[in-house]
Design a protein around this ligand. Structure first.
Ligand SMILES: Cc1cc2nc3c(=O)[nH]c(=O)nc-3n(C[C@H](O)[C@H](O)[C@H](O)COP(=O)(O)OP(=O)(O)OC[C@H]3O[C@@H](n4cnc5c(N)ncnc54)[C@H](O)[C@@H]3O)c2cc1C
Length: 375
C-alpha cells in the first residue's frame, strides 16, 4: 500500500480543487481525482465570468462570450438584461487541463477514488490501495462531499434535496449574444430551462428541476417546445445543490464548492462562487503553512468568510422558491414588470447580486416583486 505525505491533499480536480490549488502558495500539493482523465466528465453548462478565466490564466478555454441574459415567460413575454460583467461558456476539459498546467508543485493522481478518512478526525485520506496524509485537507469532491460518501448515509430532508440538471449541446438558431432562461409550465414544472450559446450557432440547452420529475422526458419535451432537434444527442448533467450554504468545515477539513453547497439558488451559478471561496481558502491555507495562523484559526476564518454570505444565500433561495412555485400568471406579470424597469435599475439589482448584497433588502425585493405583479 502506497503511503504519501504532502502539505495539502485535495479531493477532486474540477473547479473547486484546481482553483484552491492555484491560490495556495509555497506548498507541496496532491490532488486525488476519481476520473481517469482530467475534465473527462462534464456535468455543467460551464457558464461563468470572463474575468475569472483571465484571473486563472485560462482564457483559451472560452468558447463564446455574452453581455446579456434573457428571461422568457410562458406567454411569450421576455426581459433582456445587460449583465454588469461579460459572461462566457467554456470548454470544460480544456479548462481543467489548462488550469492543471498552471499549477506549481502539484501532483494530480487521476483514477483515484477516495473512499474515506482513516478515522474521524484524521488527516489521512484513503483510496482502495493507498493512504495519503496531508497537513491540511480539502474536500472539493462536489455534491455531496467525501464525508457524506464516507458514511454512505445522506440524510436528505426536503431542505437538503438538491435539484438535478440535464443538457445537450446542439445547433441553435437564435440570439447568441445572450443566454436564455425559460420559466413556466409550458416549458417545465417546478424548474427552468436554459440555452447558453457555445458558438455562433451552437448552444448548451438544458433543464433543471426538483424531485419528482423525469429528467430525460422533461428535457425532450423542453426541446420540442423550442422546436430543437437533439433527442438522440449525448447528454450530461448532475445534481445542483441550490439549497443554501452547507458546512464550510467538517472536522479539520476545508470544504469548497458543491461539497459545501456554494451554488447560488435561483441562478444555479456555482463556478464563480466556487472560485471566490477557493481563492479565500487557498489564502488561508498558505497562511497556516507559513505559521501565520494555526490550523484552528484558519478553519475558523474560512468558515466565517463562507457563513457571512448565509443570509444572501437564504434570500436567493427565497427568490428561487418564489420563481419556481409562483403560478404562471404571477411569473408572467413579474417578467412583464421587469421588462419595464430601466436598464440602470436592473444593473443596480444585478450588481447587488454579484456582490452578495441582496441581504437586508429581502423585504424590499419582495415588495418590488409583488408590487410589480399587481402594477
Ligand atoms: C446541469 C448543470 C448545469 C450547471 N451549469 C452551471 C453554469 O452554467 N454556471 C455555473 O456557474 N454553475 C453551473 N452549475 C453548477 C456547477 O457545475 C458546480 O457548482 C461546479 O461544478 C462545482 O464545482 P466543484 O469542483 O465543487 O464540483 P464538481 O465540478 O462536481 O467536481 C467534483 C470533482 O471531484 C471528483 N470526485 C468526486 N468524488 C470523488 C472521490 N470520492 N474521490 C476522488 N475524486 C472525487 C469528481 O470526479 C469531480 O471531478 C451547473 C450544474 C449542473 C448539474
Amino acid at each position: 500500500m502506497r503511503n504519501s505525505e504532502s502539505d495539502v491533499v485535495i479531493v477532486g480536480a474540477s473547479f473547486a480543487g484546481l482553483a484552491t490549488a492555484y491560490f495556495t502558495e509555497d506548498a507541496k500539493i496532491l490532488i486525488l481525482e476519481r476520473q481517469k482523465e482530467l475534465g473527462q466528465t462534464q456535468k455543467s453548462t460551464c457558464a461563468t465570468s470572463v474575468e475569472w478565466m483571465e484571473k486563472l490564466n485560462c482564457k483559451d478555454s472560452v468558447l463564446k462570450t455574452f453581455d446579456y441574459g434573457t428571461i422568457h415567460s410562458s406567454n411569450g413575454s421576455r426581459v433582456r438584461i445587460k449583465l454588469p460583467e461579460t459572461f462566457c461558456t467554456i470548454d470544460y476539459k480544456k479548462f481543467c487541463t489548462t488550469l492543471a498546467g498552471n499549477l506549481e508543485n502539484t501532483e494530480i493522481l487521476t483514477g483515484n477514488r477516495v473512499i474515506g478518512l482513516d478515522g474521524n478526525d484524521s488527516n489521512t485520506i484513503l483510496t482502495k490501495d493507498a493512504r495519503y496524509s496531508g497537513k491540511l485537507l480539502v474536500d472539493a469532491s462536489g455534491w455531496p462531499g467525501i464525508r457524506e460518501k464516507d458514511h454512505k448515509k445522506l440524510n436528505t430532508t426536503k431542505r437538503t434535496m438538491p435539484a438535478f440538471g440535464l443538457e445537450i449541446e446542439t445547433e441553435f438558431q437564435g440570439d447568441t449574444d445572450s443566454f436564455h432562461i425559460y420559466y413556466g409550465k409550458r416549458f417545465i414544472k417546478r424548474g427552468y430551462g436554459w440555452v447558453f450559446p457555445t458558438g455562433k450557432d451552437t448552444a448548451r440547452i438544458g433543464i433543471g428541476a426538483y424531485s419528482g420529475f423525469k429528467p430525460r422526458e422533461t428535457l425532450n419535451s423542453f426541446l420540442e417546445t423550442l422546436d430543437i432537434k437533439g433527442k438522440d444527442l449525448p447528454r450530461h448533467g448532475g445534481h445542483l445543490p441550490t439549497i443554501g450554504l452547507g458546512e464550510p468545515v467538517k472536522g479539520k477539513i476545508f470544504v469548497v464548492g458543491d461539497a459545501c453547497w456554494q451554488v447560488l439558488p435561483l441562478s444555479g451559478e456555482g463556478i464563480r462562487k466556487t472560485f471566490e471561496y477557493a481563492e479565500f481558502c487557498g489564502g488561508v491555507i498558505t497562511k497556516v503553512l507559513r505559521d501565520e495562523m494555526t490550523l484552528e484559526e484558519g478553519l475558523e476564518a474560512y468558515s466565517q468568510e463562507v457563513l457571512n454570505a448565509g443570509r444572501f444565500y437564504n434570500n436567493m433561495r427565497f427568490a428561487q422558491n418564489l420563481a419556481i412555485h409562483c403560478p404562471d400568471w404571477g411569473r408572467n406579470r413579474i417578467i412583464k414588470f421587469l421588462s419595464r424597469v430601466s436598464e440602470a435599475k436592473m444593473e443596480r439589482l444585478l450588481v447587488g447580486y454579484f456582490n452578495d448584497e441582496i441581504t437586508s433588502s429581502k423585504t424590499r425585493m419582495l415588495k418590488t416583486v409583488i408590487g410589480g405583479m399587481f402594477a
